[in-house]
Design a protein around this ligand. Structure first.
Ligand code: ADP
Length: 251
């Protein structure tokens, strides 16, 4: 598959503390890539660089190169709102706005130029279907998104990201706050979504990485230890430290 995002020699400092020590990774179209590693190893930090979420923090220095479809993500002329539509993000805690399901999913569509209602209706329905939550919310589209379960809220948040037709979806432990049945629904959804999108998912759950991802990267203390096709990495890790981590000997 073609590369959609490339990062080269990424260093990130929170103040003087270096949290990422030169990470180079490429991500491929229509694949799920999992970032795994113990808590605090830099997975979220790295993920948030990709759609410039760390720009929102003070005293953060980022060096290295990041490209999305061969364009520099950090070029001064990049419209960050537009970038975050193309490279959308789903967070650990479902974070619907305190609006109706419909208004949540329509939110990004209303940010730009005014769109006809038919168009928005259609996009809302299509996105909720893609996020596999349509059947559960279709009769309550005007009810508050907050009235739904955590798993349903997370799929509504996925629909909100899908509505603006991203190319890449970044997911930061999207199932860790959910029960096993909801998590499994999200995993099934992601496996379908990869036909149309590229997904980069942070997970502390190695079983989840092995079930759904095409490639897996292991980070430790801000370094990329190993990055390979998931099957290869789980069956034949190249580094001893990967083997130790995958077999629960630390972390
Ligand atoms: P992970 O996602 O793997 O759990 P993080 O990317 O959240 O790891 O954190 C990597 C390191 O950066 C940790 O040492 C963490 O304490 C530190 N860190 C994360 N966010 C901030 C922040 N906003 N300010 C300062 N340090 C941070």
């Amino acid at each position: 598959m073609a590369e959609i995002i490339s990062t080269e020699d990424v260093h990130l400092y929170y103040g003087k503390k270096e949290a990422l020590h030169g990470i180079s990774m490429n991500f491929h179209e229509n694949e799920i890539t999992a970032l795994i590693g113990p808590s605090g190893c830099g997975k979220s930090t790295y993920l948030r660089c990709i759609n410039r979420m760390n720009d929102l923090l003070e005293d953060v220095t980022i060096t290295g190169s990041f490209t999305f479809e061969n364009q520099d993500i950090y070029a001064p002329n990049v419209d960050v709102v537009d970038l975050r539509k193309k490279v959308g993000m789903v967070f650990q805690q479902p974070n619907p706005f305190p609006f109706s399901v419909y208004d949540n999913v329509a939110y990004g569509l209303r940010l730009g130029k005014k769109q006809p209602k038919d168009f928005i209706d259609q996009r809302v329905e299509e996105s909720l279907k893609q996020a596999a939550v349509w059947d559960e919310v279709k009769d309550d589209l005007h009810k508050s998104a907050l009235a739904f379960s955590g798993g349903q809220q997370q799929r509504i948040c996925i629909a909100r990201v899908l509505a603006v037709h991203p190319k890449v979806i970044l997911m930061d432990e999207p199932t860790s706050a959910l029960d096993p049945i909801s998590s499994s629904k999200i995993e099934d959804t992601l496996l379908k979504l990869k036909n149309d999108y590229s997904i980069i998912i942070v997970t502390h759950n190695m079983q989840q990485a092995s079930r759904i991802s095409d490639r897996t990267a292991l980070l430790l203390n801000g370094d990329l230890i190993e990055y390979n096709r998931t099957e290869e990495m789980f069956l034949r890790p190249k580094e001893k430290i990967t083997d130790d981590y995958l077999n629960g000997r630390f972390g």
